[in-house]
Design a protein around this ligand. Structure first.
Ligand code: DC
Length: 228
């Protein structure tokens, strides 16, 4: 499952995995963790050689704690440190570095090859696992995605960030993710594209679950385009 920030991927991917009794892999958390550790260790976010060493030394695990998926790196739980807008931007910046992509792609392929996985990111259908049985590209307009993020921030007590700032940040990250040289954000040619600006989350989930169950029975592939 690929798509831009704020399209609803995390909720939908996680809940779809639970319904199918599959495991769930959030590849964005890996890029976020690399960005965090680089920052902490004073490694420049574009220094391929040092980032390559950093990535090689990382041991990831993703335990569920009280129904919430945590990101643990080298035994340290970094979940609370990788979710803010700065962490998203840092992740997007390190994700342009070829050595970082190569190191994380290799680990993601190993996880995907076990099967029974819902994996979310930006390049899963195009690069990490083109053999996936079902590829979903979730998208929504920048305004709708911005409004969702902004409401979430307000519900968490952030009254200082304006809607315009949130939309601007989303557009900057979209631009950086879609224009990078390696594995840019784009739908795989054989993906099913769902625009969540026009569909609520339960409807999107139902559509994806139907597609997944049909694939399990050997039906498909669906043509590129919207479906409901
Ligand atoms: O999905 P997210 O917001 O947690 O991802 C953070 C950043 O990581 C995103 O802006 C781009 C990068 N990323 C990537 O390049 N490839 C992936 N498979 C997942 C995330």
């Amino acid at each position: 499952m690929d798509g831009p920030a704020g399209a609803g991927k995390s909720t939908i991917a996680r809940e779809t995995a639970q319904q199918l009794d599959y495991s769930y892999v959030d590849t964005g958390a890996m890029y976020r963790a690399v960005g965090l550790l680089a920052e902490e260790q004073g490694v420049s976010l574009d220094d391929g050689d040092r980032l390559s060493v950093l990535v090689a030394g990382l041991d990831f695990s993703f335990p569920w704690v009280d129904g919430v998926l945590h990101t643990v790196v080298n035994g340290r739980d970094v979940s609370a440190l990788i979710r803010d807008a700065d962490a998203g931007m840092r992740a997007s910046t390190v994700s342009k570095v070829p050595q970082v992509r190569a190191g994380l792609t290799e680990r993601q392929r190993a996880l995907a090859s076990q099967g029974g996985v819902v994996m979310e990111g930006r390049d899963i259908g195009t690069v990490v696992y083109p053999a996936a049985e079902l590829k979903i590209f979730l998208t929504a307009s920048a305004r709708v995605r911005g409004e969702r993020r902004w409401k979430q921030l307000r519900s968490q007590g952030d009254d200082a960030t304006s809607l315009a700032e949130v939309i601007e940040e989303i557009e900057r990250r979209d631009h950086q993710d879609s224009t990078r040289a390696i594995a840019p954000l784009k739908p795989a040619a054989d993906s099913v594209v769902l625009d969540t600006s026009k569909m609520d989350i339960p409807r999107v989930k139902r559509a994806i679950l139907r597609l997944a169950l049909a694939r399990q029975e050997g039906v498909g592939p669906e043509p590129l385009g919207n479906t409901d």
